[in-house]
Design a protein around this ligand. Sequence first.
Ligand SMILES: N[C@@H](CCC(=O)N[C@@H](CS)C(=O)NCC(=O)O)C(=O)O
Length: 217
Amino acid sequence: MKLYQTFPAHFVSYTPLVTAQLCGVHLENVYVAPESELAKDEAMKTKKAHWNFPVCETAHGQIISQSVAVAQYIAREAGRTDLYGNTSFEQAQIDQFCCIAQASIGPHSYKVGLTTLGWIVDPAAHAAALKDVKEQLKILNDALAGKDFLVGNRFTIADMAVWVSLFMPFTLSLDAGFRKAMPHVSAWFERVSKLPEVVKIAGAVKLPAKGLKPASA
Ligand SMILES: N[C@@H](CCC(=O)N[C@@H](CS)C(=O)NCC(=O)O)C(=O)O
């Protein structure tokens, strides 16, 4: 099975890559560099169609886009219901958190990242996006009170999808003071960061004492 992506190790691909690790599935990471011969290849263009990377090509040559959908396919094929839900209710909860990650957190988090790293220079947009992320973190902090993981109190795809959606704010912007004020979600983020399968894919994730300021002109 192959995972095509724009960067050799883009964090958006961590959800399928970690799931593959946990399922003992070989998921070959294929870097499709922009402007490369591979990116211009007609067969590659057909596989990508109009979707965003990452795009998965299954062992049967089928194409799946969206990191969470790829992770769910891998877990289902491996029969790992512990990762995508042992009951219909657990499965619905995992879907719920994956949707929250992609729709309610991800767009704000990416904006925090892009405005910090200077891909977009817009301090006002940075402040607004960081405020939105912090509001989502308050909700997650309450949801994680007394729990180690989001669903079923064990690691699932929900944890991975939400962790990925918070990767940029946690590693770039949220300082030690904010993390102390949000103890449940902060402890959970560090717990997921330290799972061996996550370390193997994402490396040692370090959290800053002070948040970086947005890029300015
Ligand atoms: N919701 C998507 C987001 C994917 C995404 O943001 N992909 C970006 C990461 S920079 C990308 O590669 N865009 C360029 C492209 O697809 O050509 C997912 O989870 O798979």
